[in-house]
Design a binder for this molecule. Sequence first.
Ligand SMILES: [Zn+2]
Length: 457
Amino acid sequence: MLADCFDPTTGNDPRRPHWNTERETMAAEPLRALQLDKLVRQVRYLAESSALYRAKFADAGFAPGDLRSIDDLAALPFTTKADLRASQDAEPPFGLHQAAPMDRIVRTTATSGTSGKPVYQGYTRNDVLRRSESVARGFWSAGLRPGHRIVNGFALSMFSAGLPFCVGLEQLGAVSIPAGAERRAEGVLKIIRDMKADALTLTPSFASYLVEKAPEVLGMEAKDLGVKIIVGGGESGFEIPSFRREMEERWGTPCVYDWASASDAHPNVFAHCVHRTGKHHLTADLVLVQLIDPATGALKPIEHGTEGEYIFTHLDREACPLLRYRTGDVLRTYTTPCECGRTGFRMDIIGRSDDMLIVRGINLYPTAVVAIVGTFMPRTTGKAQVVLPAAGPKVEPPLRVRVECGEGVAPGTSGDLAKSIEAAIRADLSVTARVELVGYGQFQRTEAKTKLISIET
Ligand SMILES: [Zn+2]
């Protein structure tokens, strides 16, 4: 077993607070030394084995021996999703960045392809072990232990939270139940009931949809199913306190946690611990995460309250390793100590750099608007969408915001609801908005992700 991975066969005491205490509670100095040691080896490996990075290093006039500190990485260009697509077009299936030969690759995943052609990833055995390690760290952090029966409600077909989660949950020692979003709400609800599942992992919008379908499919409320732990991910949702509270109430459990990971290359992993004061970076020994200013690309130190787009560098990925990969996710970071003892910084995703809107010089993310709408529950469902006449980022005020009314609230008879939301948006975000209320149930409720921006001419 790799030193990076906790070996559960040598003792998997469910009372221990962290999956891998040694790695999850490292002090800053030894962690940085470990990261640098791995980085030096990884950069040399990329120069030897990855045609994409060999070319990028040559373009930048960079030799692997030039890397003496983590800061020296800044001399190298970013890797973008467009780079990965071009790399794959040039050398299918995995691309010019593939660094391990095909006979060492044992697993594949792909992005959904909703924003273009899917990006395919390969994994060696070592990659699979580290991936399972990161999944185990994240779920342990949410209180999952051997004996828990956990239904995976993510898409299983090719998705990085599908099969890799199931295997990671087996590594943790939980009863892994690969239901899969492909079974639709009906199938997943029946599996939860029949397997007496006490934990779920799925997208927040699917968790919400299951609540609505439970009475019709099972003749019972979701809160009577006995689910004790819910770990959401794949989209924003559970980091919005109002929505999380609604799910806690409707599933009948206070343990609703959020998880985040860049699905382009899923370095993993950011996850809530039970204190839920932002999601911890749990794999700083496996993935170097840095923040940049999305406009200038300049590095920003990770401090309490810093906001920036996160980029990452795999420290020991073998099959399809990435360096300075731009995720597009904009984070706010927190560095005060957490009671759980994990030392990884914590964060909330506050938006996507490509979703960022500029309204009269003010930067605004649609997720901030949704969070405000959520404070008006139950008069709203917490669901909202920014409606634009053309693609951003520049938007002329007032900002059109479509908001779904709560159950039993008719848009025409809701009095000052729209005006109150407009006032809250102006007060919190300094932007003038025009709120359009739509009736309960008008927003699409499906297994798919909810769109935050709608472009309507
Ligand atoms: Zn914590």
